[in-house]
Design a protein around this ligand. Structure first.
Ligand code: A3P
Length: 447
């Protein structure tokens, strides 16, 4: 029997029964069409991802669960097994190309990898959600940079590598996985190294309920470099942590093991502080920088959907609204990156817009490969191929992943994701500082 002709409901039940057992979910009833994932089985968002990845693997195809989990651009509160099974059956009945990789050609050819985006909607200006005074106050709430620990000056610079710089929620996981499809590049999940002086301090900061998944990127990188299981790589990280190995020395090992390949680090926390960015120049020989930008409204919508402030203590504790924090975060990170890159030679930096990446992935990837001086590889356009070498499979399961789990909800590079925010947000409420920076980054706002 081919994977696609497996019976849907029994296969779904088998996956869920294994999950109930393996994840210790608290459910001893019978599974039926009315059983709900959150209400009855106690699913958390990571469990949804595990179920989706396992279902797609059993049936041997991507299904684009985004349409089911976020109809109309808003997350469902819960899901019953009946509609879930019906959705899977309907996707299996479609010809596979429809839900696979193929991205339709862009509506209009972008001018460059940094094309401008017009909203086409004239909403008129509204009271800005974020004023210059709000931004000034937001800056005073940032913890002092010493809270992360102060690194010793390194004995010598490490060899060159590539940093992807972006605000959170800018499509950086997708970009990273696309880059990982090129054998000349080693692009592991988020490493979250450069914000800390040493591996002990990093562990101390991240080993908690909200952030523990951020520790997994280095483990997955070591698994890949050495061809070892999660347990072996975890033991190695524990040794580095016990020895309080300087982060600089840990990078040196990664670079050595990556050999001829470029090492790429995309960790969206680095642009939070200028000091983290200047460490890149101080500790590495002439790194390359890829600045990934997204329209502020796209990032704001994504930040709001993901309730991202919950992951950042000073944001969680502030009296700014989620909408304000999203815009302030866009402004802070993109402002820091822009300021930092002003002093970097033009040949060591490149800007890519998320909207261009999803609408015209081939020309963007060709340009990026030209910038890195590596041959273009068509596999870069198939980010959902070969989960192992792309390191999208997590440590033991896909949800043990340092990056955006929403990546797994898509079935291919989705051009429609660039404009999804327009259904619920308008540019009219953007504050003046955001407008100015968006314009400097190549976005022409329509109101
Ligand atoms: P939305 O929340 O707007 O959907 P990051 O990886 O920097 O956190 O970015 C997350 C954003 O990238 C999310 O935006 C996510 O959906 C989007 N994304 C992930 N995979 C994608 C794909 N295959 N095609 C288009 N967008 C994708």
């Amino acid at each position: 029997m081919s994977a696609e002709s497996l019976p849907v409901e029994p296969t779904l039940h088998a996956i869920l029964e294994e999950m109930i057992e393996d994840l210790g979910l608290d459910y001893d009833g019978t599974l039926g069409r009315s059983t709900t994932l959150v209400g009855d089985l106690g699913f958390a968002s990571v469990d949804f991802i595990h179920l989706i990845v396992e279902t797609e693997s059993r049936f041997g195809r991507k299904m684009g669960f985004h349409d089911l989990i976020m109809p109309g651009g808003v997350y469902v509160e819960d899901l019953a097994l009946g509609p879930l099974a019906d959705f899977i059956a309907s996707r299996l009945a479609e010809p596979s190309e429809k839900t696979e990789q193929a991205a339709p050609p862009p509506a209009a050819e972008p001018e460059t990898v940094g094309n401008s985006v017009d909203s086409g909607v004239d909403n008129g200006r509204e009271e800005p959600v974020v004023s210059p005074a709000d931004y000034a106050r937001f800056l005073t709430l940032l913890p002092p940079v010493s809270a992360w620990g102060v690194p010793e000056p390194p004995p010598r610079k490490n060899r060159r590598m590539i940093f992807v710089l972006s605000s959170p929620r800018s499509g950086s996981t997708l970009l990273r996985v696309m880059l990982a499809g090129n054998p000349a590049l080693f692009a592991p999940p988020e490493l979250h190294l450069l914000t800390y002086p040493d591996m002990a301090r990093r562990k101390q900061a991240l080993a908690n309920e909200q952030n523990a998944q951020l520790l997994t990127g280095t483990i997955r990188a070591v698994m890949q470099l050495r061809g070892v299981e999660a347990e072996v790589a975890t033991r190695y990280l524990e040794e580095c942590e016990a020895a309080a190995m300087p982060v600089h020395a840990f990078y040196a090992r990664l670079l050595e093991e990556a050999g001829e390949r470029w090492l790429i680090d995309k960790s969206p926390t680095y642009p939070m502080r200028p000091e983290f960015l200047t460490r890149m120049e101080a500790e590495f020989d002439a790194p390359l920088y890829l600045h990934l930008v997204r329209h502020p409204c796209g990032m704001i919508k994504s930040f709001e959907d993901g309730k991202m402030e919950q992951l950042v203590p000073f944001m969680r504790e502030s009296d700014f609204s989620r909408r304000q924090l999203a815009e302030l975060g866009w402004l802070l990170t993109n402002g820091n990156i822009r300021h930092f890159l002003e002093n970097i030679p033009a040949e060591r930096q490149m800007r890519v817009q998320y909207e261009a990446l999803v609408r015209n992935p081939r020309s963007v990837m060709e340009a990026v490969c030209g910038f890195f001086r590596v041959p273009f590889e068509a596999a870069m356009l198939r980010p959902y191929d070969d989960q192992g070498s792309r390191m999208t499979d997590g440590l033991r399961m896909a949800s043990e992943f340092s990056g955006d789990l929403k990546f797994h909800l898509h079935a291919g590079i989705e051009p429609g994701a660039a404009d999804r925010w327009r259904r619920t947000l308008s540019e009219a409420g953007l504050g003046e500082p955001t407008r100015e920076l968006a314009a400097a980054l190549g976005y022409s706002l329509s109101c």
